[in-house]
Design a protein around this ligand. Structure first.
Ligand SMILES: CC(=O)[C@@H](O)[C@H](O)COP(=O)(O)O
Ligand SMILES: NCC(=O)COP(=O)(O)O
Length: 237
């Protein structure tokens, strides 16, 4: 069974674009859980361009499924996570000005840093996951950091699969099996979608959780558009 954690960054992006509270992030998070999703993911960025740090506190009060906070463990982020105490923290080595996450950790180069940060989160009973590319040496390095899980960075899978290259899943499958052998849990995320999720799930062993945001919110717009247009037309009769 693979858990679906919905990343609600895009809902916050839409809300922030008008400065008010529409759409209401907390209502959306409640509804997502009510509709059956098993987790809520947020990725507060230092510039708070979508999720604000205050959102993390507000969500803590209403998220009753798995609460996953992702981000680069700069001091401000570490303080936030230690104070909110989500179910899981996913460490992502993204630059402050990155449009979105664009690489996994170099688990060899940053081993000492990761060991220290992960130990601090674990002392606070927060499950830890680290965002990684599907590379054998990186997974071996991840096992030495003390992390509970890895999150496989699936951008390359998604873009290659869309071009018809199904073999792109092979390194993901191999690295997931290696992670399992090394006693690491396996999560995955980035650009997963209705088009590619079934194939990924069927070919990658032991997938515990996927976090999906950009495609899922876009698909929700496409799939809801006809209904809403009809509702407007009805009111305009
Ligand atoms: C780690 C990861 O792949 C996602 O959290 C992604 O970075 C979403 O962040 P944005 O919504 O800011 O693109
Ligand atoms: N960890 C990945 C995530 O939360 C969602 O990424 P995306 O679906 O917005 O690309």
């Amino acid at each position: 069974m693979t858990k679906l954690s919905v990343n609600i960054n895009k809902i916050a992006t839409l809300r922030n674009s008008r400065g008010g509270n529409t759409p209401d992030l907390l209502k959306v998070a409640k509804d997502i859980q009510g509709f059956g999703a098993e987790g809520i993911t947020i990725h507060p960025r230092p510039d708070e361009r979508h999720i604000r740090y205050q959102d993390a506190y507000d969500l803590k009060a209403i998220v009753y499924t798995e609460f996953n906070i992702e981000g680069n463990p700069i001091p401000k982020f570490i303080d936030l996570v230690l104070s909110v105490k989500p179910t899981q923290v996913t460490l992502v080595p993204d630059a402050e000005d990155a449009i979105t996450s664009n690489a996994g950790w170099d688990t060899k180069k940053y081993k000492d840093f990761l060991v220290d940060v992960i130990a601090e989160f674990k002392r606070n009973d927060i499950r830890t996951s680290i965002f990684v590319d599907p590379v054998t040496k990186i997974i071996e390095g991840a096992a030495k950091t003390g992390a509970d899980r890895i999150e496989l960075y699936t951008e390359e899978f998604a873009s290659e699969y869309a071009k018809g290259n199904k073999d792109v899943v092979i390194p993901y499958a191999k690295c997931a099996q290696l992670a399992i052998d090394l006693k690491l849990g396996v999560n995955a995320g980035h650009d997963l979608s209705l088009d590619n999720i079934k194939f990924f799930k069927e070919n990658v062993p032991g997938l515990l959780e996927v976090s999906i945001g950009h495609a899922l919110i876009s698909e929700s717009i496409y799939l809801g558009l006809e209904n809403v247009i009809n509702m407007y037309l009805h009111r305009l009769k």
